[in-house]
Design a protein around this ligand. Structure first.
Ligand code: ADP
Ligand code: MG
Length: 558
């Protein structure tokens, strides 16, 4: 029997592959610029060991030039270039996956830690171009070659003239059609913005000839156009600089430049780690709650860079929900450039970084609380609620991380206190951490239920937010002291010294039975209380739910 091969339209396959890897078309430029930067790096590393070769920084750059008439965009570099063989081997085989080969050779079943190296970065060019032409002259070679392709259906290589070592990539930009716009990739301002977004911290200058307008000499009302070569990237990222060189203002400027927020950050955290995973990060704790923070629209996440190149604007896996207010960026050399959103989630490196970052944020908040109390309280007013949600969610599994960061109003201080402060000043005979829930501090202060506790001189935490009591229920106890609502049936207070001590609980049984029957739909039982002082009556609860929690649960939509 004759065995036939499947026929596949390779061009369509290429398109599908590329479009499934890259979520946005504009990243083609990032990929090509990164390749150029890699090619210059290669000369740089060669020069370190080759005494014949001198690396003069000013001779190495990347240049972008758009030509609207001919619909071409050219990316040139002064990098190491490619020989004819390099062109065949590097650009001739689509998706020659280095990592797949690696995986097969090493019989790895778990694909989690080697995702990424698909070797398709270059082909991203076909997302925007019908024809891609590569003209390259390799270092140490006299000849130059032209590689040309219209996609997966093949390529040609011919001999050409090129003066200098390096590579020009010429993209014939696709025509606009009904659904898709390509003209923007011929607009200087758009190209500049893409460079700024993804490649701002490439170490070599990315140049463009940019046209601007200036007033004509001697006539302020008329303008003339002029063109000059500009470097559009800022090259040295602040996170690669030494902390000692940087001022608070530098960080604040970075925060503003990056549009992390309109406020001034309360604190920044600059991390440089050189361990199992190497990474740099600059994180910010904002001062003010973003307007959409407590809404569904809010998206948490940090910017993720791979060696200075942006690969994701909001990487949510880097932040737990309870620290979702943190802004900033992470740069790691150990992440691959080609990874897409979905694949990144399993990245082992990324998980390590996230864990590490989490610890740093907690540490920073703790020291803020310890050393800069006022600032911490400001922060807490903006984001404390999120921390409490954090305690409550995931069945309290985060309580260890978060409980020391919580604060509540207290009857003693008329201010916010931490659980640690509360417990450390408890009198010896006090068994529980008492709290009272209510709409406002004023309302709570009038609660009849709180009287006995207050008379004993015990401090009471005031819970004014819906989430407070739910969060506390998850913590259950702090430093071995359990929490107790002042409205719970058994307060755990020896009720000595009480003027009603002589009262026999059965004394007014008839009256109480009568009241119970009248109130039967509202209360379970009416009985004598020993905790009241100035008030004639109060409500109390049995079991886990307090009156306030019941109110909230009842108010929730089913
Ligand atoms: P990757 O960059 O992940 O290796 P790419 O598809 O982006 O995969 O590039 C494939 C290869 O082509 C590169 O590894 C490099 O050897 C070569 N290459 C691409 N662009 C250039 C360039 N501008 N200069 C020199 N070599 C290049
Ligand atoms: Mg690449």
């Amino acid at each position: 029997m004759e065995k036939k091969e499947f026929k596949a339209e390779s061009k369509r396959l290429l398109e599908m592959m590329i479009n499934s890897i890259y979520s946005q078309r504009e990243v083609f430029l990032r990929e090509l610029i990164s390749n150029s930067s890699d090619a210059i790096d290669k000369i740089y590393y060669r020069a370190l060991t080759d005494e014949q070769l001198e690396f003069k920084q000013e001779n190495y750059f990347i240049k972008l030039a758009a030509d609207k008439e001919n619909r071409t965009l050219t990316i040139s570099d002064t990098g190491i270039g490619m020989t004819k063989e390099d062109l065949e081997n590097n650009l001739g085989i689509i998706a020659k996956s280095g990592s797949l080969a690696f995986k097969n050779e090493n019989e790895l079943k778990d694909d989690h830690n080697i995702i990424g190296q698909f070797g398709v970065g270059f082909y991203a060019a076909f997302m925007v171009a019908d024809v891609v032409t590569v003209i390259s002259k390799a270092l140490g070679s006299e000849e130059a070659y032209k590689w040309e392709s219209t996609g997966a259906d093949g390529y040609t290589i011919t001999s050409v003239k090129k003066e200098t070592v390096g590579t020009d990539i010429i993209l014939k930009i696709k025509e606009n059609n009904e659904d898709e716009q390509y003209d923007e990739y011929l607009e200087d301002y758009r190209l500049k913005a893409i460079v700024k977004k993804y490649s701002d911290f490439i170490r070599y200058p990315i140049k463009m000839d940019l046209t601007s307008r200036k007033p004509k000499e001697g006539n302020d009302n008329e303008f003339e156009e002029y063109t000059e070569e500009q470097v559009v990237n800022s090259m040295i990222p602040i996170w690669k600089k030494n902390k000692s060189e940087l001022t608070d203002e530098d960080y604040e400027n970075f925060y503003a430049e990056k549009h992390y927020g309109f406020d001034k950050p309360t604190k920044h955290i600059h991390i440089s780690v050189d361990g199992t995973v190497r990474y740099n990060a600059i994180l910010f704790i904002p001062e003010k709650t973003p307007y959409d923070y407590y809404s569904k629209e809010f998206e948490k996440g940090l910017e993720l860079y791979s060696n200075g190149v942006l690969i994701m604007s909001k990487c949510s896996d880097l932040l737990p929900d309870y620290f979702s207010f943190v802004k900033g960026m992470v740069d790691s050399e150990d992440l691959s450039l080609n990874i897409s959103r979905e694949m990144l989630q399993h990245d082992r490196q990324l998980k390590l970084i996230a864990k590490n970052i989490n610890k740093k944020i907690k540490g920073q908040l703790q020291s803020l609380l310890k050393d800069e109390r006022e600032k911490y309280e400001e922060f807490y007013k903006s984001f404390g609620r999120q921390l409490k949600y954090g305690v409550y969610s995931e069945y309290g599994s985060n309580k260890e991380v978060l409980q020391d960061l919580l604060m509540f109003h207290s009857s003693k201080e008329k201010a916010l206190v931490t659980l640690d402060e509360y417990v450390s000043r408890m009198p010896e005979d006090q068994k529980y951490i008492y709290y009272a829930s209510g709409e406002s501090i004023e309302r709570i202060e009038k609660l009849p239920q709180a009287e006995l506790v207050a008379e004993k001189g015990y401090e009471i935490l005031y819970f004014t937010e819906d989430i407070d009591e739910f969060a506390i229920k998850m913590i259950m106890s702090y430093k071995e002291k359990e929490f107790k609502s002042v409205s719970s049936g058994d307060l755990g207070i020896e009720e000595e010294n009480n003027q009603n001590d002589s009262t026999d609980p059965s004394e007014h049984k008839e009256l109480f039975d009568y009241m119970t029957s009248i109130l039967s739909s509202k209360v379970k039982e009416v009985r004598a209380s020993k905790r009241l002082r100035s008030h004639p009556v109060c409500l109390s609860t049995e079991g886990d739910l307090t009156i306030e929690m019941e109110k909230i649960l009842n108010a929730m939509p089913d």
